[in-house]
Write a new protein. Sequence first.
Length: 178
Amino acid sequence: MWASALVSALAAAAVVSATARPGLTAPVRTVPCQEIAGHPTFPYVGHREPRYQYRLVLGIISAPPAFLGQAVALHERPWPYWLKAALVIRAGGPPVSISVPEQWKNRVAIIWGNGNYDAGSSIRIASCGTDSTVGNAYAGGFFLRFRAACVPLVFRVAHRSAIVRFGIGRRCASSQEP
């Protein structure tokens, strides 16, 4: 009986050790085409006033404006604040990867798409559609540890990438904006 318990304990320790090692990460969720919330024209601009307009990133992403306003208090752990911000991807383009930089992973999580899943530090949006004049809109946004932050996200398309900052509850310094 003790031998059996010891083997079980060692096996459990090995699993915990293997999953806790630095460099191992959870699989990146791919947002499927079925989770598209709408089809605006592309590039999507949004608001008429320039400071509230969406920004074109890497030629195929319409990212939310630089200043997004105040986050809503959820009073939930580990992410007590939430800010909704849609994202629009050009139809027919390659898949898009979005990630939170390593030093921000304990301060912000992201979520886009209509699936029932947890927010995380990275997602991949599948290539959907063929008409490049159409955008694929995705519901989602930011979960935050603090009410205000200048949040950087890394957008990747093929071999190109860009860091885009989002002012949530405060404006980012102009030197930080893309």
